[in-house]
Design a protein around this ligand. Structure first.
Ligand code: DQA
Length: 151
C-alpha cells in the first residue's frame, strides 16, 4: 500500500501577486509564479505535494485556512504580507485549525519600519524565515518536511 503523501499548503497574502514588479529592490525580481514553481519542485524532490493559494483578501485567506481542517493538509507555509502586522483574525484562524505553520517573509521585516516588527503570528509559528528572499520559501518547504518526519 502506498503511504499518503505529505501535503503542504503555501499561502501568499496581499500584494504578493505583484512580485517581480513590486519594489524589486526589496522583494527581488522573481514573479510569484517563479517562487511557487521553486517551492513545488523542492516539495516534489522530497516526495511531498504542495498546493498554492494567493489572495489579497483577508477573509478569503481565513476561509482557506479553515478548509485545511478537511482537505488533508499536514503543514502550512504562509507569507501573510501586511496582514502579519494587523490580523488577529488570521492568528485566531491558525490557532483554530491547530495546523503547524512556518511564517515566511522575503524581506527582513525586523530591519525595516517599526510597524513591521510586530507580527501577530510569529510566537505561534514553528519557524519564521525572514530576509532570505525567494530561497526562504524553499527553506520553509525543507523545514516543513523535516518537521513532518519520515513517511
Ligand atoms: C512581506 C513583508 C511585509 O511587511 C509586507 O507587508 C509584505 C511582504 C515580505 O515578504 O517581506 O507584503 O511579507
Amino acid at each position: 500500500m502506498t503511504k499518503p503523501k505529505r501535503k503542504l499548503l503555501l499561502i501568499n497574502g496581499p500584494n504578493l501577486n505583484l512580485l517581480g514588479r513590486r519594489e524589486p529592490e526589496i522583494y527581488g525580481t522573481l514573479t510569484l509564479d517563479d517562487i511557487v514553481a521553486g517551492a513545488i519542485s523542492a516539495a516534489r524532490k522530497n516526495n511531498a505535494e504542495l498546493t498554492h493559494f494567493q489572495s489579497n483578501s483577508e477573509s478569503a485567506i481565513i476561509e482557506r485556512i479553515h478548509q485545511t481542517l478537511d482537505d488533508g493538509t499536514n503543514f502550512l507555509i504562509i507569507n501573510p504580507g501586511a496582514f502579519t502586522h494587523t490580523s488577529i483574525a488570521m492568528r485566531d484562524a491558525l490557532l483554530g485549525v491547530s495546523m503547524p505553520f512556518i511564517e515566511v517573509h522575503l524581506s527582513n521585516v525586523l530591519a525595516r519600519e517599526e510597524f513591521r516588527k510586530r507580527s501577530y503570528l510569529s510566537d505561534i509559528a514553528i519557524a519564521v524565515i525572514s530576509g532570505a528572499g525567494a530561497k526562504g520559501y524553499e527553506l520553509a518547504v525543507l523545514t516543513a518536511i523535516d518537521q513532518l518526519g519520515p513517511q
